[in-house]
Design a protein around this ligand. Structure first.
Ligand SMILES: Nc1ncnc2c1ncn2[C@@H]1O[C@H](COP(=O)(O)OP(=O)(O)OP(=O)(O)O)[C@@H](O)[C@H]1O
Ligand SMILES: [Mg+2]
Length: 494
């Protein structure tokens, strides 16, 4: 038995186009040098090289530690690669010296293990190291120090009869740890009685994402970990516009295969009563409600869906009804789990809170700004002329540039100074050129004193202010006419 390892450097064609052949060749030279030096240290053999490497190891533990160090070495070169590892029986065949002299590999490898390893590599996301169950078993307790292995369910690989369980090897907070998406030659399957069913057939009502999702890797991993460790009620907590809904949807679609009973997204933004919650939930589950108690009817429906995930979005204005609805469903449907997005915690027994913070000011928040600015003006680039202004806008908006459509407006400003003018509007609400005064009410927001929304129940300053103006419990705070314009609810396309 041997361990095979394939790598494929991501975006290598685009990288040639962007850098030109000469600079790209210099990067490839560095890539080859680093990978071969590492190979010598980890006792592997090089079998072939194309847009990545094909390597052979006697021990799976060596392949695993090689993969982790290779990932880190590539990151230093500004590259990332998919990596696939599989352990299995192979036949090694040495080529004749005359063939090697004409460019043949020194060694050929025959056996089904090779296409399996190659398919696993093709399934990986950029920067992701995937391994087959056979490789995972061969690794046993030799997981390299500081690394972790997470199972991502079963995948059907083209040309291979039975689905294989796929694992991810990585480093927490660095590696993706997200189930691989389906690709041409491999797709995720779930067990349905005696059959394997493609995950793409699992019921759900999640709309496809319309724009790029940025960051939030840690929050996604945390949510996935809690649910896979048995949490049945997780509240994603944070102020308006922070990305709670987007996070819940992203989790639902990326981890769909973990919920063979389906993922049901219930939009409660119009619900104000128990009946309102029931009606939105019934519509997400696509069931008609009869005359009898709708909460009890839904208990039976949810229980009948088996291991399913129900996402209750915008729960804050109906928190008072959580015991009469959600609590009952938790009791009636033991295989179901619930993810709630809310600006307030529910205070139900068993509730786990995942409080989300603004995006990192020096990383994801800027990336998000640039993404959205480019969607409006494809030629927009972050450069020396606008970098400081963009960072300032992002900082003034507490790391959440989407709250107020800033990228759209800012990318439309031609001189970089206009962006600063927008910043001035945001910072004191009075400055700004006439051209930008139009959407000011919509875009400005007061300084929150950088105060963070407390996961322990403290209200953010703008919420306290609104409370003091006296909106009643039955009136949704987020819709209050006294709510701050910067946090006014925007209907998001996501
Ligand atoms: N990680 C992200 N990547 C890309 N866009 C995001 C991300 N997070 C949020 N957004 C976008 O930001 C906007 C606000 O996010 P979202 O609607 O999820 O906030 P929210 O916390 O649910 O707000 P509310 O409390 O008002 O419901 C949406 O347009 C959403 O698509
Ligand atoms: Mg929301």
């Amino acid at each position: 038995m041997h361990t095979l390892l394939f790598t494929d450097v991501e975006n290598s064609t685009r990288f040639h186009e962007a850098f030109g052949d000469e600079r790209a060749a210099a990067v490839w030279t560095a890539h080859d040098r680093r990978s071969r030096d590492l190979l010598a240290r980890h006792g592997g053999r090089e079998i072939g090289r194309a847009d990545g490497l094909f390597l052979l190891f006697d021990r799976t533990a060596d392949a695993a530690s090689y993969a982790l160090e290779y990932r880190a070495a590539l990151a230093e070169l500004g590259l990332s690669a998919r990596v696939g590892i599989h352990a299995g029986a192979v036949t090694l065949r040495a080529n004749a010296a005359s063939d090697i002299a004409r460019g043949a590999n020194g060694l050929e490898i025959d056996g089904i293990a090779t296409p399996i390893a190659a398919r696993i590599m093709a399934l990986a996301r950029g920067g992701q190291i995937l391994m087959s169950a056979a490789a995972r078993a061969a690794l046993a307790a030799d997981v390299p120090a500081g690394a972790a292995v997470v199972a991502h369910g079963h995948y059907q690989l083209k040309g291979i009869e039975s689905p294989l369980e796929i694992h991810e090897l990585g480093v927490r907070d660095v590696s993706p740890f997200v189930p691989p998406a389906d690709v041409d030659k491999a797709y995720r399957v779930v067990r349905d009685g005696d059959l394997w069913r493609p995950v793409r057939e699992v019921r759900h009502n999640l709309p496809p994402e319309r724009d790029a999702f940025v960051g939030r890797g840690m929050e996604l991993r945390e949510l996935a970990q809690r649910l896979s460790h048995g949490a049945r009620l997780v509240t994603i907590l944070g102020p308006g516009g922070m990305g709670k809904t987007r996070l819940a949807r992203r989790y639902g679609s990326a981890w769909l295969g973990d919920w063979p009973g389906g993922v049901y997204f219930c939009d409660l933004s119009d619900a104000r009563s128990i009946e309102g919650i029931a009606s939105a939930t019934a519509s997400a589950l696509a069931v008609p409600l009869g005359r009898h108690n709708p909460v009890v009817q839904l208990s039976h429906v949810i229980a009948g869906r088996g291991r399913c995930l129900v996402v209750l979005d915008n729960f804050e204005q109906v928190v008072a009804h959580a015991p009469a609805t959600l609590s009952r469903w938790l009791d009636a449907a033991p295989a179901a789990a619930f993810v709630v997005t809310s600006r307030e915690r529910l205070q139900l027994p068993g509730e786990q809170v995942l409080a989300i913070e603004p995006l990192a000011l020096d990383g994801d928040a800027i990336d998000l700004f640039v993404e959205r600015a480019r969607a409006q003006r494809p030629a927009f680039v972050l450069d020396e002329a606008n970098r400081t202004a963009v960072a300032e806008v992002v900082r003034l908006l507490d790391g959440f540039p989407l709250r107020s459509n800033w990228p759209r407006r800012a990318s439309a400003c031609s001189p970089p100074g206009s962006l600063r003018c927008e910043c001035a509007i945001a910072s004191n609400g009075s400055a700004g050129c006439a051209a930008h005064r139009n959407g000011r009410r919509r875009c400005s927001r007061p300084s929150t004193g950088r105060g963070r929304f407390s996961p322990h129940g403290n209200k953010p300053p703008w919420r306290s202010a609104r409370r003091s103006t006296g909106p009643s419990r039955s009136r949704p705070l987020k819709r209050s006419s006294t709510s701050h314009p910067g946090h006014r609810r925007r209907r998001s396309p996501t």
